[in-house]
Design a protein around this ligand. Structure first.
Ligand code: ZN
Ligand code: ZN
Ligand code: ZN
Ligand code: ZN
Ligand code: ZN
Ligand code: ZN
Ligand code: ZN
Length: 658
């Protein structure tokens, strides 16, 4: 076996390919030169090399920084080798070594996760980022999978390339064979394939993602689909494909496909032609170009199933567009989409009903020579009830017990997150507005409420809260005491907003990880954001809320775009058995034993000016409403409201104090 290393005698020698150096690392070697014993990190602190089966510790640089591999040879293997076994070099243009390749193709179709530090991952991720051209922040790539089609499918694709190459001799012009390019395609997924650890295809024939990955694209599903006729649409612009990427399942990630597409001789077009059934004679594909008059983004359309193969599945964080722009104008259900087209209605029945209504309206116009009033006057008790207690989305049926939506809307509800405007004459609007005004206890003039939004969270976010609520209720039995389940209360929280979410016309969450408001609405509160903070707050490491809206106002800040509006979150908080405290205790990391939360109380001569409710579990709180109110101090204001908070320690809420 290997001789012990010459200097430290504790670690195996550094092997760079076939050359074995006398020392375990460069750092060790330089220590030897300077005649000092090497101060190695303790073994347990240095992780093992990432190559499976390699028992060496990772390389430790001169400065003490560690890599992820033991040697340059293994670094090369990890970043360029077979993505499957990570133990052997990949063959030619494939991602696999010989034996993995054989095995993979024998069980294909399948998907294999690409390691995050592999060059393939980096290449695909960079194409995704560079081609994100829409005017919003690029989502984060969370996972990339290599799609392996059957050998038969690949063979047909290769034959097509050969045919196109023979016609156009692209290789001799310094292009790829067949003028092959990589383009994006967004589609819908019914199952959770691509989510962390999910690599099994579903058998649902309506799961477009699984179908495409298993069988590749099929023109029969795209008859008279888009602006350039019945073809298969791809684009180089990832942000455009993102608009066609949807989940029918609950997930914080969404899928996009990166495809190999044989462009051959592309016909350039700047104006749509929906009648096309193939490329113009003498061409192999259509290259739709962005222009001032026509398209906003490029498209590449092919009209042959064998001109395209899905190559990578890219999973990225969901960018939350306004909920309502995703929904049928009549129902709380997703709009009907077919390839490049999005319809305003959820389906045919819905569109027909709307058309019928339009006909009735036109007929009415002929007879009466005036249109119906825009909002039918509320004249009966049942209409009144609907308006005040109706589903905040359709307003056609009463709200269900557990939601601001009606049962019919809930039955078809897609699992989504975002904000939904509450009508001003709605009971819930009035209730939230009243709580905002009544809890404005500072001697300043209470600002005017501009808008109230219901915060809609995904089932995945709501689940742990409901579970916790039930467990607290089971422990204490609050309902029997005439209290709400789990002793749930509504409390305010002010936070930082980088975008203008909630301002008139903006209902789309931003993707900026520094925008606390959007982060909380998307993922709820998270104690882990406290890690960097130097001080936790008066009651330690918890999530702070208050019943006093004017106190939380001090923590509501616009950090980015200028806005005349400010925002507060109204949250449902599981108080459970709350421990009342009148003095600070910054050492707390949880409530005292036997309690679920801290209720900081205001008493004469006490330390606090305003109440606080602190919980120490993420699942004990969920954002419920977003209140948008006038942010400018009013002239009558006795003291500037936007001045310093009362104490830098109290109610730091979620933010990291810089
Ligand atoms: Zn050494
Ligand atoms: Zn190694
Ligand atoms: Zn392999
Ligand atoms: Zn599926
Ligand atoms: Zn509908
Ligand atoms: Zn409804
Ligand atoms: Zn934001």
């Amino acid at each position: 076996m290997a001789r012990p290393p010459q200097n430290c005698k504790s670690k195996p020698k550094y092997a760079d390919g076939d050359v074995v150096h006398p020392y375990c690392s460069k750092r060790c070697a330089s220590s030897a030169r300077s005649n000092r014993p090497t101060a190695h990190r303790t073994k347990s602190a240095v992780p093992l090399c990432r190559i499976p089966g390699c028992s060496s510790r990772v390389y430790v640089g001169r400065s003490g920084g560690t890599g992820h591999y033991c040697s340059k040879a293994h670094l090369r293997l990890g970043t360029h080798g077979c993505i499957c076994c990570r133990k052997a070099s990949a063959i030619g243009p494939t991602c696999f070594c010989q034996s993995c390749g054989d095995e993979v193709f024998s069980v294909a179709p399948m998907i294999i996760e690409v390691p995050k530090d592999h060059e393939r991952y980096k290449g695909v991720e960079s194409q995704f980022r560079k081609k994100w051209q829409h005017n919003n922040n690029c989502p984060e790539v969370r996972a990339i999978y290599k799609i392996v089609g059957t050998a038969e499918s690949l063979e047909k694709y290769e034959q097509y390339i050969n045919k196109i190459e023979a016609k156009g001799n692209y290789a001799s012009q310094g292009k790829t064979r067949g003028n092959e390019n990589r383009r994006w395609h967004g589609t819908t997924r019914e199952c959770n394939i691509g989510d962390k650890g999910v690599m099994e295809f579903c058998s649902d024939p309506s799961c477009s993602l699984c179908c495409i990955m298993k069988f590749s694209f099929d023109l029969t599903y795209s008859e008279n689909a888009g602006m350039f006729g019945g073809g298969i649409y791809t684009t180089s612009t990832s942000s455009k494909s993102d608009q066609f990427s949807f989940n029918s399942c609950a997930s914080g990630w969404k899928p996009m496909l990166l495809n190999r597409v044989v462009v051959g001789k592309g016909y350039r077009m700047t104006t749509p032609d929906a009648e096309l059934t193939g490329p113009p004679a003498g061409y192999d594909s259509v290259l739709a170009e962005a222009s001032d008059s026509g398209l906003n983004y490029d498209e590449l359309v092919v009209y042959d199933n064998d001109a395209i193969r899905p190559s990578y599945l890219v999973m990225s964080t969901i960018f939350f567009v306004s909920i309502t722009t995703n929904l049928c104008v009549k129902h709380w259900t997703q709009r009907f989409r077919k390839r490049a087209k999005v319809y305003p209605y959820c389906g045919r029945t819905c569109a027909k009903l709307a058309a019928k209504k339009k006909l009735v309206e036109e007929a009415r116009l002929k007879v009466h020579n005036r249109p119906a009033p825009p909002n039918p006057p509320i004249h009966t008790d049942s209409h009144q009830a609907r308006s005040e207690h109706g589903c905040v989305f359709c307003r056609a049926a009463p709200m269900s017990n557990a939601s601001v939506l009606c049962q019919p809307c809930l039955d078809v509800a897609p699992d989504m997150a975002g904000i939904l405007k509450v009508p001003e004459d709605h009971r819930n609007y009035k209730g939230v507005e009243k709580q905002f005004k009544q809890s404005w206890r500072h001697e300043t003039v209470c600002p005017e409420v501009k808008a109230i939004y219901k915060i809609v969270v995904t089932n995945a976010i709501m689940g742990p809260y409901q579970e916790y609520l039930e467990s607290v209720e089971a422990q204490w039995g609050f309902v029997a005491q005439g209290k709400p389940r789990g002793n749930e209360n509504r409390r305010w929280h002010g936070t930082r907003r980088k975008c203008t979410l909630g301002d008139p016309g903006n209902e789309a969450l931003c993707a900026d990880p520094g925008c606390s408001l959007c982060c909380i609405i998307r993922e709820s509160f998270d104690i882990k954001y406290y890690k960097m903070a130097t001080s936790w707050g008066r009651f330690g490491r918890g999530i702070y809320t208050s019943s006093t809206s004017s106190k939380c106002n001090d923590y509501s800040m616009n950090m980015g775009a200028e806005s005349e509006w400010k925002t507060l979150l109204l949250n449902t908080v599981i108080v459970g058995n709350g421990k009342k405290l009148i003095n600070d205790d910054i050492s707390l990391t949880g409530p005292p034993p036997g309690f679920d939360s801290i209720l900081a109380e205001v008493v004469p001569g006490g330390a606090l000016n305003y109440d606080e409710l602190v919980v120490y579990k993420n699942e004990a709180i969920r954002p419920s409403y977003l209140v948008v109110y006038s942010g400018a101090p009013t002239p009558e204001c006795p003291r500037a409201r936007l001045g310093e908070p009362e104490s830098s320690l109290s109610g730091v809420c979620l933010e990291i104090t810089e």
